[in-house]
Design a protein around this ligand. Structure first.
Ligand code: ATP
Ligand code: MG
Length: 255
C-alpha cells in the first residue's frame, strides 16, 4: 500500500507545490512510483508539470466529488515513475458543494482507496486554506508534511494548523501522523535564516527535516518550463536539495 502524504499549510506561497513537484520527482528518480494529486484550484502543480489545466472532466475535482473513477484521471508524466491527477478551476466550487453532503470529510479517502495500491507514494498538494478540500486531504492521509517559508512570520498561523490536525485526528483520522516540517526558500546569506531555523527546531525538534531547501532561481524557473528542477537543471542547488531531502525522507520512512 502506498503512503499518502498531505502537503499542507493554509499560508500561501510557502513552498507546498514546489515541494510536491520536486520531492515527488526525486522519489520517482529513486525508483518509487509517485502520484501527485493537485487539489488546488490554482493548478500550479498541474501547469508546473507541463500539463494543461482546466482541460476536461478528468481532474481532481471530478475525482473528489466521485463523478469519475480516479484511474481515469491519472496522467503519466514524462518523468520517471511520476503520475499526476490534474486540477481544474471547478475545484473552487468543491468547498460549497461538499458542505451539503453527508460524510463530507471522507470523499477523497474513498476515491483514493481505489488506486492506493498502485503507488508507493501519493502526495496531496493542498490549497492555501483549511476548508473542506484540505479536510479531505488530512482525512485521507497517513501523514502531513508542513512546509514553512524561512521568513520572520514563518511560525505565524501554525497554531491554527496544528489545531486542525489535532481535530482531524480526534474526529476523522486517528492514524494521521506529523511527517515532518520542511523549511524552504532559505537565504543562507542572512542571519534571519539561521534564526528562523533555530526557532522552528525549538518548536518541532526532530520533526524538522535536516535538509532544508535554499532559495534558488532554478527552482522558481523550472515550473515555467513544465518540469521538476531535476529535469530542468539537474546540477542546480535546488535539484540537489530535493534529491537529498528525498534520501532523508526514504530513511525516515523506514523507521
Ligand atoms: P500556494 O499556497 O499559493 O499554493 P505554495 O505554498 O504552493 O503556494 P509555491 O507555489 O511552491 O508555494 O511557492 C511560491 C513561489 O515561490 C513560487 O513562485 C515558487 O516558484 C517560488 N519558490 C518556491 N520555493 C522556492 C525556492 N526554494 N527558491 C526560489 N523560489 C521558490
Ligand atoms: Mg501551491
Amino acid at each position: 500500500m502506498g503512503k499518502i502524504v498531505s502537503i499542507t499549510n493554509q499560508k500561501g506561497g510557502v513552498g507546498k507545490t514546489t515541494t510536491a513537484i520536486n520531492l515527488g520527482a526525486s522519489l520517482g528518480f529513486f525508483d518509487f512510483s509517485v502520484l501527485l494529486i493537485d487539489l488546488d484550484s490554482q493548478g500550479n502543480a498541474t501547469s508546473g508539470l507541463g500539463v494543461q489545466k482546466n482541460l476536461d472532466k478528468k481532474n481532481s475535482y471530478s475525482v473528489l466529488l466521485g463523478k469519475i473513477e480516479p484511474k481515469e484521471a491519472i496522467v503519466k508524466l514524462p518523468f520517471k515513475n511520476f503520475y499526476l491527477i490534474p486540477s481544474h478551476r471547478d475545484m473552487v466550487g468543491a468547498e460549497i458543494e461538499l458542505v451539503e453532503e453527508e460524510r463530507n470529510a471522507y470523499f477523497l479517502q474513498s476515491a483514493i482507496s481505489k488506486i492506493h495500491s498502485n503507488f508507493d507514494f501519493i502526495f496531496l498538494d493542498c490549497p492555501p486554506s483549511l476548508g473542506f478540500v484540505t479536510l479531505n486531504a488530512l482525512t485521507s492521509a497517513d501523514s502531513v508534511l508542513i512546509t514553512l517559508q524561512s521568513e520572520y512570520f514563518a511560525l505565524e498561523g501554525l497554531g491554527e494548523l496544528l489545531g486542525t490536525i489535532e481535530r482531524v485526528k480526534q474526529n476523522f483520522n486517528p492514524f494521521l501522523d506529523l511527517e515532518g516540517v520542511l523549511i524552504t526558500m532559505v537565504d543562507e546569506r542572512t542571519n534571519l535564516a539561521s534564526q528562523v531555523i533555530e526557532e522552528v527546531k525549538k518548536h518541532f525538534k526532530d520533526f524538522v527535516f535536516k535538509n532544508y531547501i535554499p532559495r534558488s532561481v532554478r527552482l522558481a524557473e523550472a515550473p515555467s518550463f513544465g518540469k521538476p528542477v531535476l529535469y530542468y537543471d539537474s546540477k542546480s542547488r535546488g535539484s540537489t536539495a530535493y534529491l537529498n531531502l528525498a534520501k532523508e525522507y526514504i530513511e525516515r520512512s523506514k523507521k
